[in-house]
Design a protein around this ligand. Structure first.
Ligand SMILES: NC(=O)c1ccc[n+]([C@@H]2O[C@H](COP(=O)([O-])OP(=O)(O)OC[C@H]3O[C@@H](n4cnc5c(N)ncnc54)[C@H](OP(=O)(O)O)[C@@H]3O)[C@@H](O)[C@H]2O)c1
Length: 330
């Protein structure tokens, strides 16, 4: 038995090269569940792995792909049987463990989530880590008590993977979404996803001249960090909340303590990678009901394993719109 994989190697200059290979099943890593992968995706983190390794990969050759969805082929784990439709996000699969850019994956069953019946394997990957992270952000705002009546919600990096799904979920739940983007040409796309207002990200790119600006947003989903996050935070209303998950503009931000201590604002850090199984399953179940799957389809472009090396630098430059679904059998 064999499988196809995009096998990555790193040169002395740290540059990663990838070759499509057919490998025997005994090259699969240890694990108690073997999955026939149907679809995978391309995330920002995959972009790092496919270009330089990003310091995330410790051993080469390597197979990337931090997400996959498919059908269980064999299982020694009592929680899974052949034929189960499953999805995997995180647990450092695609970094420390071979991932989904292959037609088979072998992993610990504890890392897998059974897909709700309303979500196909293709749509699961249209959602991917990006969409599942968006749902975690929305759930954090809800837990805080932010409701549609509370006011506008700002989403930064709105035309990206996490941002676009966050816009679609929030709009479906009845929130007034302000979508901040550096790509004004994507305004129609964001409006179709449900954004009420499109904001040119330039408005958020000048550092705030005061630590507190006029109160505007009831909540914030931030995928960008940097000056944009600092300026957005300065506009969150009293007792509002920010769900922060990304660093598309780099990890640091020029912040002030004042929004926290004068406006009682709470920041929720979102980690999708090591999140325990129960909230992970809760998020996937919510995606099955609260994400308008038809709208999601418009965010998707399809690629094959052989397209990935060319797409990777583009996602790092913020040039990919929405979600890339990888048909690993193409
Ligand atoms: N915490 C977690 O568990 C978790 C999970 C998934 C992703 N993430 C992180 O979330 C972030 C977004 O991921 P993604 O998959 O949505 O990536 P993506 O598809 O590349 O989207 C990122 C978006 O951010 C904006 N952007 C990019 N560079 C920027 C810059 N220099 N300044 C301002 N805005 C910039 C762009 O949006 P516009 O074109 O609309 O301006 C871009 O589309 C990444 O940092 C990723 O690592 C974290």
């Amino acid at each position: 038995m064999s499988f196809r994989a995009l096998v990555l190697s790193q040169g002395a200059d740290r540059k990663v090269s990838g070759v499509l290979e057919t490998l025997p099943d005994d090259r699969l890593p240890p694990g108690d569940v073997t999955v026939a992968v149907e679809y995978s995706t391309l995330n920002y983190k995959d972009g790092l792995v496919l270009t330089t390794g990003g310091g995330l990969v410790k051993t080469w050759p390597h197979v990337g792909g931090i997400d996959f969805a498919g059908t269980v082929e064999a299982s020694d784990n009592p929680g899974f049987k052949p034929g189960d439709k499953v999805v995997l996000n995180g647990y450092r699969v695609g970094e420390l463990h071979w991932g989904g850019h292959a037609s088979k994956a072998r992993v610990k069953g504890d890392w897998l989530v059974k897909l709700p019946s309303s979500i196909s394997t293709r749509r699961a990957m249209a959602i991917g880590t990006a969409g599942y992270t968006s749902m975690l952000c929305v759930m954090a705002l809800e837990k805080h008590g932010v409701e549609p009546a509370s006011g506008e919600i700002l989403v930064t990096g709105a035309a990206g993977g996490v941002g676009s799904v966050a816009v679609a979920i929030l709009a479906k739940l009845g929130y007034a979404v302000v979508a901040a983007t550096g790509r004004p040409q994507e305004a129609a796309y964001l409006t179709a996803l449900g954004a009420k207002t499109i904001m040119d990200r330039k408005e958020l790119l000048e550092a705030p001249d005061r630590p507190l600006l006029s109160e505007r947003f009831a909540g914030l989903v931030d995928t960008v960090s940097g000056v944009m996050f600092a300026k957005a935070l300065a506009q969150v209303k009293y007792n509002g909340a920010a769900a922060v998950c990304g660093l598309a503009a780099g990890p640091s931000f020029p912040g002030s303590i004042l929004p926290f201590i004068l406006r009682a604002i709470t920041v929720y850090g979102i980690d999708s990678v090591m999140l325990p199984k129960a909230p992970r399953e809760a998020a996937w179940n919510r995606l099955g009901t609260d994400l308008p799957l038809d709208k999601l389809d418009s965010t998707v472009s399809e690629a094959s394993l052989s397209d990935l090396m060319a797409l990777a630098p583009k996602i790092l430059k913020g040039e990919i719109r929405g979600r890339v679904v990888v048909d690993v059998n193409k």
